[in-house]
Ligand binder design. Structure first.
Ligand code: FEO
Ligand code: CA
Ligand code: CA
Ligand code: CA
Length: 747
């Protein structure tokens, strides 16, 4: 969720928080020492990486027909991809797809998962959300089943959708669509409202099945499941048992209560579901005198993660009652213990991880993989597995000026793990030990992965925070990344690995902090990897910085997944097609391709298409959010370019950047436009490539609380206006997309 340019309507824009005030990593001053390596990296590394990736594709696809392997090599494509007619930009309150395609709502907020739970009335009176679809559907993955209902990766007509329920549509504390009259907008919040709002967060698993040509969810399937902020979740990896995660709930520091603000997703090569915890910090409060009560370095950590003392929580859930399940939302040090086992002073350290779940097996513990670091996670994308080689997991931290990370496993990939007896135990093997790195990008198109551990002298010597051990580095990964001078990026959202060549794509959604003349600690000058600072008008309101975002991509150097160096370029710059092509529309986007604020991004393992989704507030005066289909080239297929900016002091700021080959009508095309006020997110397909599931998040989100009860004033009535479900309140929902001729999606 984010509408960075619609701040007036949003009570809390948690995505757009800027907690990175570190001063040590201005881009233009870094890495001159590596200039001499530029030509070597630009040349031979490309060849080496291509060779490695070529062999990976062959060695990774050993699963039999019942394998749960999830990284298939793309099959040759007999049909022409992107042959559809581009969908025009639109402000209509519908889902628009190309001629020849059908999009249908399938699974919306409140839909019953159990026979005993009544159908959703959608009037604010519904309860029992532990047995209903959650709200704000976000990242999502498909897991195949056989006709008989057994796990089967190739199952294309019956399967499970596992998805994140990120948040709710709010105004003044209350998730207003969930309550009859919009709910209580002052403290204390009634327990019944809090319980409902908590329960719509988390994850869900729902069985889906195709009958004839129609898909439907399976009510009361034994696989159907909800995970909420109250579900017991194990801490796994180096942070497990550390003093930093001791709470009243878990005095041994081995588990946490639930997961929250789950955003992007990932699918492991062993068939599990990965969920990123994103804007979790804002749900917690801290008293205005908590710094003095603590009097230790935890204050530095809390400030860096966006919870300075006196900060109000997003919903006021801590006021729901005396029960511990409400108290846990208050981070203040209130107990007398030395270790935090009598309060929730350490509760925030249990949030902010990649969470692993076996979507097929409710009996397996859900685990937070702490070795991958704690920050505002989006998706988690694996390198192409190669037998006998380490795996990389690529990740980003979505706040303004935050960083790009990767985790490299200690274990090397074994083909048998593509179809393991125990997927969570396999997760233990790969995700609990390894090294976490942060990206540092140079102006010459190269970059370095810097290890975050106490073996790095800069981390040992960091003046702002004294790290005790590896667990401390992982819990405070942002501070460790500050210490090593990582590159501040324009809000990293999803990432995905191109299965054809192993290159890594990151969406950088936007950044209002880029400016040619920075002042204060949070504003940044444009740099090579984040090279634009400009003004876009939305009606009469000026949007400054990089309001439309861009997509950067990396090619690993020697060592492939375990490489410590890479090269990069900018695949695409978001822009309005009519914007200045020399300064803003640097990718020469046409009206059939122009987009703003890329967020979801994933390569189809089946067609190889790169799907790009937007969560925008900048171009929404012209069009609702959208999804595009792309066939990208590779790092280095474009040209170096220099952007010149006039500084306030009368000088010239020259920023070199690398612009990928400009797209054509055959390589980038708009495929879908969503309803009013919605973000398009979640990319998943059946393994025959013929059915796509995506999520429509927060349609009608700008509907004012005062208008609850008057459907004529809802900014959206989707999906009710498409014939789905009761009531007229807008609902986040999964849609299913098929091609009328039975072909693959994107052809
Ligand atoms: Fe949940 Fe960064 O979007
Ligand atoms: Ca977003
Ligand atoms: Ca504009
Ligand atoms: Ca996102």
């Amino acid at each position: 969720m984010n509408k960075p340019n619609d701040l007036a309507i949003r009570a809390t824009d948690l995505n757009d928080i800027d907690s990175n005030a570190s001063h040590d990593n201005h881009f233009n001053s870094i890495l001159n020492a590596r200039l001499s390596r530029r030509n070597w990296l630009r040349g031979s590394a490309v060849t080496a990486a291509t060779a490695v990736m070529g062999s990976m594709g062959l060695s990774a696809c050993g699963g039999g027909s019942d394998a749960v392997a999830v990284t298939p090599t793309p099959t040759p494509t007999p049909e022409k991809l992107l042959a559809f007619t581009a969908v025009p930009k639109s402000l209509a309150d519908v889902v628009s797809v190309p001629a020849g395609y059908t999009a249908t709502a399938l699974y919306a907020l409140g839909d019953s998962l159990r026979a005993a739970t009544p159908a959703y009335k959608n009037d604010g009176s519904d309860t029992d959300f532990d047995n209903r679809a959650g709200d704000h559907h976000d990242g999502m993955e498909y897991y195949g089943l056989s006709a008989a209902g057994a796990p089967l990766a190739s199952g294309a007509e019956r399967g499970l959708l596992a998805m994140n329920h990120e948040a709710t549509t709010d105004e003044k504390l209350s998730s207003h669509f969930l309550h009859v009259n919009g709910g209580t907008t002052s403290l204390p919040r009634p327990a019944a409202e809090v319980d409902k709002e908590v329960a719509v967060h988390g994850l869900s698993v729902v069985e889906v099945k195709k009958t004839g040509s129609a898909w439907a969810t399976v009510n009361d399937s034994a696989f159907n499941r909800r995970v909420t902020p109250l579900t017991d979740i194990e801490l796994a990896g180096p942070v497990r048992g550390n003093s930093l995660v001791v709470t009243k709930y878990s005095p041994t520091g081995t588990k946490t209560r639930g997961t929250i603000n789950n955003c992007g997703t990932g699918k492991s090569p062993w068939g599990s579901y990965l969920s990123g915890e994103e804007n979790w910090a804002g749900y917690f409060t801290r008293s205005s005198t908590d710094n003095a009560a603590r009097g230790d370095k935890s204050v530095v950590s809390l400030n860096r993660y966006g919870r300075s003392q006196g900060g109000a929580s997003r919903h006021g859930w801590e006021t729901g009652g005396s029960d511990d399940k409400y108290a846990r939302w208050n981070l203040s040090k209130t107990g007398a213990s030395a270790d935090g086992s009598d309060d929730y002073r350490n509760e925030l350290n249990g949030m902010g991880y990649i969470v692993e779940m076996d979507p097929y097996d409710k009996t397996k513990a859900i685990r937070k993989r702490t070795a991958l670091g704690r920050y505002a996670h989006e998706s988690a994308a694996f390198s192409v597995p190669a037998v006998g080689q380490q795996l990389a997991v690529y990740m980003g931290d979505d706040s303004r000026n935050e960083y790009i990370y990767k985790f490299v496993t200690a274990a090397v990939w074994a083909a048998a793990d593509a179809n393991p007896a125990d997927r969570i135990a396999t997760g233990d093997k790969y995700l609990d030990s390894g090294k976490l790195y942060v990206a540092k990008l140079a102006a010459d198109g190269t970059g370095q992965w810097i290890e975050l551990s106490l073996s790095n002298a800069l981390i040992q010597a960091y003046g702002a925070y004294k790290f005790a051990d590896l667990a401390d580095v992982l819990v405070n990964a942002r501070l460790a990344a500050d210490a090593v001078g990582a590159t501040k990026m324009d809000r990293p959202e999803w990432c995905s690995v191109n299965p054809a060549n192993g290159e890594i794509y990151y969406t950088l959604t936007n950044n209002s902090n880029r400016t040619v003349n920075p002042s204060g600690s949070s504003q940044l000058a444009p740099d090579s990897a984040n090279p634009r600072a400009y003004t876009d008008m939305k009606g009469s309101s000026a949007q400054n910085g990089n309001p439309n975002g861009h997509i950067i991509r990396f090619k690993e150097g020697t060592g492939a997944a375990a490489a410590t160096s890479f090269t990069w370029d900018v695949y695409l710059f978001g822009a309005e097609s009519g914007a200045d092509a020399s300064k803003i529309n640097l990718s020469n986007l046409t009206a059939d391709q122009d987009f703003s604020s890329p967020d979801g991004l994933a390569f189809s393992p089946y067609t190889g298409i790169c799907w790009i989704q937007t969560d925008d507030g900048a171009y929404t005066d012209v069009t609702n959010c959208m999804m595009l289909a792309a066939i990208p080239g590779k790092v280095g297929d474009g040209a170096k370019s220099t952007l010149n900016y006039a500084t306030a002091a009368g000088g010239n700021l020259a920023v070199d950047t690398f612009i990928g080959k400009k797209p054509t009508a055959d390589t980038l095309k708009r495929f879908l436009v969503g309803p009013v006020g919605s973000e398009i997110t979640g990319i998943s397909e059946t393994p025959d490539g013929k059915t796509m599931f995506i999520n429509i998040q927060h349609p009608g989100e700008n509907t004012a609380l005062a208008n609850i009860g008057d459907p004529s004033k809802y900014t959206s009535q989707w999906p009710a206006n498409a014939g789905y479900g009761a009531g007229k309140r807008p609902r986040s929902a999964t849609i299913v997309i098929t091609k009328n001729d039975g072909g693959r999606i994107g052809s």
